[in-house]
Design a protein. Structure first.
Length: 197
């Protein structure tokens, strides 16, 4: 049988299309850090709206580190799972028909690469968690995202509650609203706001 080189060219194209390990790890880090930031954002929103807790950088910094370590741990578990699967395939790849054996060997190589990717992501997540500046940056972004979401939700609610000054009873309702605003302790609000910084 003559080899026309078509399989070689297909393999070369397949290899060229595979992104580098570094690029895949970078993308994995983007996804992991985004997930951590979203978890922080949700905690900040719940703390502010439901639990009325005062924002404290130290609490959310510690939470960010815990979340980063948790995602690193999940990558460790995925690495172990992939390693076991690769070992099993490696043992079974010695038997079978030629094409089947070749496919199993390729799968073993792919699984080895996946294990390496999980290991690299876990290692970088732990380094990220140890870096004070990077953790502060993720916390600040989560806080900004939470603030934006809260502001948007409040604006939507306020628009829904917009009062037409030409409605009957507007003046009486206005007087009641003004009394409620007057009852707000602005000094206490300002003090809580300063504590949160």
């Amino acid at each position: 049988m003559v080899n026309d080189g078509s399989h070689d060219s297909e393999d070369a194209v397949g290899r060229a299309a595979v992104p580098s390990t570094e690029r895949i790890v970078d993308e994995g880090m983007l996804i992991a850090v985004s997930a951590v930031r979203m978890a922080l954002k949700n905690h900040i929103i719940v703390g502010a709206l439901r639990e009325h807790t005062v924002y404290a950088d130290a609490d959310y910094t510690a939470m960010a580190r815990r979340e980063l370590h948790e995602v690193a741990r999940q990558n460790d578990e995925d690495s172990t799972r992939v390693e076991r699967l690769g070992s099993h395939l490696s043992r079974t790849s010695k038997s079978g028909k030629g094409r089947e054996v070749e496919n199993k060997r390729r799968d073993v190589i792919r699984l080895g690469r996946r294990r390496t990717l999980h290991d690299h992501v876990a290692e970088r997540l732990r380094a990220f968690a140890a870096d004070d500046e990077r953790v502060a940056e993720i916390v600040e972004k989560a806080r900004a995202d939470a603030l934006q979401e809260i502001n948007e939700a409040l604006a939507t609610r306020l628009l829904a509650q917009r009062i037409d000054p030409h409605q009957p009873g507007y003046e009486a309702a206005r007087a009641e609203r003004m009394r409620a605003v007057g009852a707000i302790d602005l000094a206490a609000l300002a003090k809580r706001s300063r504590k949160g910084r």
